[in-house]
Design a protein. Sequence first.
Length: 238
Amino acid sequence: MTSPTTTITQKFLSRPQELGVVAVGFSDGQPKAGVDAGPTALLEAGLLDQVRDELGYKVDFDSKVHDYADVKPAESEDPRYRNMIKPRTVSAVTRQLSEQVYEHAREGKMVLTLGGRPLDRHRHRLGHRQGHPRAPRTHGIGRVVEMALAHIGNDTPIHLSFDVDALDPQWAPSTGTPVRGGLTLREGDFIAECIHATGNLIAMDLVEVNPSLASMGASETVRAGCSLVRCALGDTLL
């Protein structure tokens, strides 16, 4: 089937014209407050209206920003474990979120999750470096995306997880780990466009928009987040 405003054939979605949305106002498990307000900021900026009106998706959203308070253990029952903050809370929320995402995915819809914080931030504890910008600067973003997609292959469904702190602070200052030398917004949009063009995208999450940090740049960061989502869903700046 084709997606709403493009001729891209979706290989793994039976209802690609429908977008299931889950908004997650969750910031536990990391030290900086405010990221739980990210989904609300994106929604108030009209992201879902843009997706519906400009890209033609039918949006399935329960109009709630979930904090999952009902599944969180008491503070006294969730001590640190090694370097992990509130591991039981993170585990419980991850389980609840996965069930919500699955309800959309099992019906063949594209799924968009708006965070919040990412729930898989443990690679640095295993000795891996996150977010290193050397490859795009050495090879160029086009070549890097080409190599990544070649490695994945053309018969594999893709879940795109985009942390806005991958962008240079010039484009996304209101985020938890702004690092000079990150991607430009155009490079981020390009990645999203290329993944959409494969026809293999089945889900996306956008995380780490934190309006409480660098508040003067909050609207700019939200605009960048909206742009990334639109490009992953078929918008193009070319």
